[in-house]
Design a protein around this ligand. Structure first.
Ligand code: GDP
Ligand code: GDP
Length: 437
């Protein structure tokens, strides 16, 4: 089953993001409520008459840059042409045909993918009749008058669009594909890293001189692994002058973290681990995300025999009591251990999604408990009878025992260490819970 992709293109202000929000409907609204912030997203999922699709607001990917329009149009349209099964070319009936619309039409003529001209802001029938002038653009299978604002016409449009889908699609095309967030302080090398991975990736946007490719939630295929880098838009926005860049970049990082399965936390080797890095790692652990630390710019560090070891020890000391996090020493500049970094992130993902059969768990952990049983409290013996992994999203293990309230912190740590000794949970927070049986 494939993912059916609808791309929306058009000049600024015609209503692309309004339609985008309508097409992804409820799901977006739900997400917004959870996080309490409006998301500036350009990629979402929806469904119509039992068919699932992914919708990309290509304008959302490239707007806000100070590029000249021509380049902007090329980027948007190329993204749409490469990714989409169906292209919605949006115009504004209120404004009529503009020179920019014509430029879009000219570039869109390059593709033979199905294109619909969507005449937006046709809020009333009278306005709908004005759509006729868009035939002059000479493009598209058909023109649909719609109102993204009140929803009229969108059903008819979708009825046509879904006819081009190869199959009914999948509800979440990203399911099962590791989502990675690249986090860290400004200047650590995050965007250089992401760009290096992009170099390995199947092209999303054709490489044109001078275009930086914005990676928002895009799928990568680097070093033979498929994964998604979640929302690196914060990196892109950095160049935009704004009074609250700092606030937004922190917000974005937190949201990327929440969406990710694995957080790559990138440090600058010349600065060592800083308070903000420790905070991010603590937040990742709290949200039970996989974690990999990259010590980047390793090329700039003068090395002696034990430099790596000492560096790693210092990091682990700072993030204590967390000690399961892998540390990889990279140089994005000289491409050192980039492959290893990606591989580690994938390993951590595998660790995070690992399901251990109950029999194996009991065979290996019960003997550890016998060897070092929980200490008796107030003359009462605590007996752990069996262990099972819960069917939760993150590794969680239930220990069934007679007196769960008597299992104290030091013993929990012993159990966690035993778990980690027998099973590979490198980079992954695990949770042990104690239930009465
Ligand atoms: P984008 O720049 O193409 O993404 O456009 P937006 O979605 O941000 O919309 C631009 C403006 O047009 C906003 O003020 C919207 O409220 C307005 N707008 C969008 N759709 C409609 C519509 O169907 N009817 C009317 N009257 N206004 C709309
Ligand atoms: P970001 O703010 O975390 O996205 O960092 P950037 O990717 O913009 O990188 C900041 C600066 O560090 C740029 O000048 C990069 O060229 C440089 N840089 C990135 N990675 C390395 C590296 O491994 N070694 C060295 N020497 N410089 C690097």
């Amino acid at each position: 089953m494939s993912s059916n992709i609808i791309a929306i293109v058009g000049r600024p202000n015609v209503g692309k993001s309004t339609l985008f929000n309508r097409l992804i409907g409820q799901r977006k609204a739900i997400m917004d409520n959870v996080s309490g912030v409006t998301r500036d997203r350009s990629y979402g999922h929806g469904d119509w008459t039992g068919k699932y699709y992914t919708v990309i607001d290509t304008g959302g990917y490239v707007h806000g840059s100070d590029d000249i329009f021509e380049e902007e149009i090329n980027k948007q349209v190329n993204l749409a042409i490469q990714e989409a099964d169906v292209i919605l070319f949006m115009v504004d009936v209120e404004a009529g045909v503009t020179a920019l619309d014509e430029e879009f039409a000219n570039v869109l003529r390059r593709t033979d993918k199905p294109i619909y001209v969507v005449a937006n802001k046709a809020d009333t029938n009278a306005r709908g009749y004005q759509m006729g002038e868009f035939y002059a653009l000479g493009i598209g299978e058909e023109i649909f008058p719609i109102s993204s604002q009140n929803g009229s016409g969108t059903g008819e449009l979708l009825d046509e669009v879904v006819k081009h889908f190869k199959d009914e699609g999948v509800e979440d095309p990203d399911a099962g594909i590791p989502k990675i967030a690249v986090l860290g302080r400004p200047n650590a090398g995050k965007s250089s890293f992401v760009n290096l991975l992009l170099g390995e990736e199947r092209n999303i946007v054709t490489d044109q001189a001078g275009t930086t490719r914005d990676a928002i939630h895009s799928r990568y295929n680097a070093y033979g692994k498929e994964f998604i880098i979640v929302d690196t838009a914060g990196l892109r926005r950095k160049s935009k002058v704004s009074e609250d860049i700092e606030f937004y970049s922190v917000m974005r990082a937190i949201r990327a973290l929440e969406e990710a399965d694995v957080c790559i936390v990138m440090l600058d080797a010349t600065r060592g681990i800083e308070a903000q890095d420790v905070n991010i790692i603590a937040l990742a652990e709290k949200n039970r995300k996989g974690i990999v630390i990259l010590v980047n710019k390793w090329d700039l560090v003068e090395k002696e025999t034990n430099t790596t070891k000492e560096f790693e020890e210092e990091i682990l000391e700072r993030i204590a009591p967390i000690k399961y996090v892998p540390v990889v020493f990279t140089s994005v500049l000289t491409k050192q251990r980039i492959h290893k970094a990606v591989e580690k992130a994938m390993e951590v993902y595998d660790n995070k999604t690992r399901k251990i059969p109950t029999s194996k768990l009991n065979d290996l952990i019960l003997p550890e408990i016998e060897r070092y049983p929980p200490p008796a409290i107030k003359g009462k013996f605590v007996k752990i009878k069996y262990i099972t992994q819960l069917p939760t999203h993150n590794p969680t293990f239930a220990f069934f025992c007679n007196l769960p309230q008597y299992i104290k912190e030091p013993y929990m740590r012993y159990l966690e260490n035993s778990m980690r000794k027998h099973f590979d949970f490198e980079g992954v927070p695990i949770k042990l819970i104690f239930r009465k049986k």
